[in-house]
Design a protein around this ligand. Structure first.
Ligand code: GLY
Length: 371
């Protein structure tokens, strides 16, 4: 069974969810003659199968192998892709396919956004994180010395193909990490997601289960609704940042060696604790964050050598305004709001519930903070 979820906005498109969806590609490619399949090294054989299928449909296909993970999101890799497109004579009506995880689809989208000021891109995410978040909504970008995703463009895809069969080859840790964004969709918009996970956490993590498929479709529907209303993040889209302000600070402190989903998991517990202090969020709802994330094997606390550094990073977050810290908090499940500058004491109080410093053996005092 194949399902379609419409993403509205200035350039509407479909996210197609199902199994063995290669036959869906030609319709998304419209009148393109040349097609570049941008893929990570681990997907060489999937890219080759796609190449052969496109050739059999009469497209002039090319495969462009790029480095794994964040290594892909550099100006050097973008230049390599531009060079190949130039040598192969790619015109305005030609197309790019992003086949891989979030880093690959971000880079492929960025190349498509910049080549001839914008050509068609079709995203084919192969990780849970890519399926429910990165490949939908048209955010594209690369990293620079100054930070992650600081250079990019909003460039919505012409279509997104979510082939659930690829989840069976995903390492279980990768699947669990992607689940953090699914849980986020539950807390900010669709609490039925939370009930489904609570009823059967093992099924939620089973790549072949109907439960996981429903969780993916519901999360895509949340993302589709949000970006349909606010592509350029001038309001509603900011809600997708729930848990992400602390998550970005943790990722930076860990030199991007922590999985994004793990950082978001800790970040959501922090955001829930802050919500309790700012909006009076029910403490049972805060506890639900911890129990549910732990059932999925996700971290809910974080050891740091400096809470102060985390707070300073949150001040510099790219979503901050001026010197004010900005957080998405919950009034209730499904009811997020943005709070500007909740006050440094509250930020530290919430942080102290999730971030702990290594015990100092010599002083014997484990409660010392660095506020
Ligand atoms: N990943 C958050 C967004 O697309 O806005």
């Amino acid at each position: 069974m194949t399902s379609r979820i419409r993403v509205g906005g200035p350039a509407p498109y479909d996210v197609v969810v199902g199994h063995e969806l290669i036959a869906e590609l030609p319709a998304f490619l419209a009148d393109a003659q040349r097609v570049a399949i941008v893929h990570q090294p681990t997907l060489r054989s999937a890219a080759q199968a796609m190449y052969e299928s496109l050739r059999s449909h009469g497209f002039q296909a090319h495969t462009l192998e790029i480095p794994d993970a964040e290594q892909a999101k550099s100006i050097k890799v973008a230049r390599f892709c531009w060079d190949v497109l130039g040598r192969s004579g790619f015109t305005r009506s030609d197309a790019i396919i992003g086949l891989g995880g979030g880093a690959t689809t971000d880079l492929a989208g960025f190349v498509a956004a910049t080549w001839l000021r914008g050509v068609r891109v079709v995203q084919v995410p192969t990780t849970l994180l890519g399926m429910v978040d990165a490949a939908i909504g048209g955010k594209t970008g690369i990293n620079t010395g100054a930070g992650k995703n600081l250079v990019g463009a909003f460039h919505p895809p012409a279509g997104v193909i979510v082939d659930l069969a690829t989840l069976s080859t995903l390492p279980s840790e990768e699947l669990a990490a992607g689940m953090a964004e699914v849980v986020k969709c539950g807390f900010i918009s669709d609490p039925e997601i939370l009930s489904l996970i609570e009823q059967d956490p093992a099924a939620a993590l089973d790549p072949q289960s109907a439960t996981l498929r429903e969780l993916i479709e519901r999360s895509i529907a949340v993302k589709a609704y949000v970006v349909s209303e606010d592509l350029r993040e001038s309001g509603l889209r900011e809600m997708l940042n729930y848990g992400h302000t602390l998550a970005h600070a943790i990722e930076k402190q860990q030199n991007y060696t922590w999985r994004h989903g793990h950082a978001v998991s800790v970040g959501m517990v922090f955001a829930a604790e802050l919500s309790r202090m700012v909006t009076g969020l029910d403490p049972a709802r805060v506890r639900q964050h911890r129990t549910l994330l732990e059932k999925l094997g996700l971290p809910t606390s974080y050891q740091t050598s400096s809470r102060h550094e985390l707070v300073e990073s949150m001040r510099m977050d790219k979503k901050a305004r001026g010197n004010k810290m900005r957080f998405v908090v919950l009034k209730e499940a499904g009811a997020p709001i943005v709070v500007d500058d909740p006050g440094i004491e509250l930020v530290y109080s919430a942080l102290n519930t999730v971030a702990y410093e290594p015990a100092r053996a010599s002083s014997g005092d484990e409660s010392q903070g660095d506020q």
